[in-house]
Design a protein around this ligand. Structure first.
Ligand code: ADP
Ligand code: MG
Length: 346
């Protein structure tokens, strides 16, 4: 019997920099306390047997299976990748325990795939670096599952450290860990609305960005200057997407500078402007989420925004620690469908 190994990965909240990670831009995710753990027992046949505390029945699949839109797809994809990396030679029994809400923009899929790859590395005794694990995990989502996501989620859950945000240049794959403030908390609140990244709207945004990339002749949409995009005569939708990408990238830099300076007013402003850009230019918000963000700010947050891929999921708000409990209580009273998920600080 092959021995069982265990690996874990946290969920992540993106403080700012949305949809910039497949457009050559910056992102600023932070690891959450909610997370996911995987027990992996290698098998000598090609069977993939997954049980998860979140699901009633186990899923029995085969390494040869293509993605079928089933919850175990990320597990099959991750084990196929583990085989092609030479970490495993066959299937595995997996047991998943998670506190990350799914389909909520907190990267449960990336945490699952990264944890499986780290467990496979453990089973093998050695293997790729954490950065290479992140790159492999993205391949699973892009190629096996058909989700055209960038590299942010995988890098964040493979490498982020508690108490810090990861200022990640997704074009260069270089990052710096920036300490989170001690005076404020980054509070994650679920809107009550969930979505699946496989539902097509994420893909549509990616294609609109691709159209803008073709027009400007660059892969790095985020690095264009504002005047160039503003004055350009491209398709109106593609232009709005590009306006979000360029301005969002500038806001990530502003947010990093604000964290470095301990200036939470400036951080909050960047977050608020990011939300407006996601709402008006990237058109990835929903009316209920706009209202939740507005309440968060009205009730005293320095800033708030939708976080993650969009069309549902969570918001993140920057809130002074001393007033946090009262703020949260008032917010949840006003929005009965919303619920507290997690909070991070320095
Ligand atoms: P997220 O924003 O949480 O990453 P996705 O739609 O990208 O949302 O990924 C959610 C998918 O990840 C689920 O449909 C399921 O396939 C997988 N997943 C997440 N958490 C678990 C879990 N605890 N057990 C099994 N599969 C999970
Ligand atoms: Mg995901």
């Amino acid at each position: 019997m092959a021995e069982m190994v265990t690996a874990a990965a946290p969920g992540r909240v993106n403080l700012i920099g949305e949809h910039t990670d497949y457009n050559g831009g910056m992102v600023l995710p932070a690891a959450l306390a909610v997370g996911l753990k995987v027990n992996l027992a290698p098998r000598s046949d090609s069977v993939v047997a997954v049980s998860s505390a979140g699901y009633d029945a186990p899923s029995i699949r085969d390494l040869e299976d293509e993605a079928v839109g089933d919850w175990a797809d990320p597990c099959v994809g991750a084990l196929r990748e583990a085989n092609s990396l030479g970490l495993l030679d066959g299937g595995a029994a997996l047991d998943v325990v998670s506190t990350i809400p799914e389909g909520s923009g907190l990267s449960s899929s990336a945490a699952l795939i990264v944890a499986i790859l780290k467990a496979a590395r453990e089973a093998n005794g050695n293997g790729p670096s954490d950065v290479d694990i992140a790159v492999a995990a993205r391949r699973v989502e892009n190629q096996y599952m058909g989700v055209p996501c960038g590299i942010m989620d995988q890098m964040a859950v493979a490498l982020a450290r508690p108490g810090t945000a990861m200022a990640l240049d997704t074009g260069k794959l270089e990052y710096a860990l920036v300490p989170l403030p001690q005076s404020h908390e980054m509070v994650v609140v679920h809107s009550g609305l969930t979505r699946k990244l496989t539902d097509g709207r994420y893909k549509a945004r990616k294609e609109e960005c691709d159209a803008a990339k073709r027009y400007f002749g660059t892969e790095d949409l985020c690095l264009l200057d504002w005047e160039t995009v503003k004055g350009a005569n491209l398709d109106a939708t593609a232009k709005k997407r590009a306006m979000h990408c360029v301005s969002e990238n500038v806001r990530v830099h502003a947010a990093i500078a604000a964290l470095d300076a301990g200036d939470m007013t400036a951080l909050g402003t960047a977050m608020n402007e990011s939300h407006e850009s996601m709402r008006d230019w990237f058109e990835m918000s929903l009316p209920q989420i706009d209202t939740l963000v507005a309440s968060a700010v009205e009730l005293g947050a320095a800033g708030a925004r939708l976080t993650g891929g969009g069309f549902g999921g969570c918001i993140v708000a920057c809130v002074e620690k001393t007033g946090r409990d009262a703020w949260l209580e008032a917010l949840l009273e006003k929005h009965p469908d919303a619920r507290f998920i997690d909070a991070v600080s320095g």
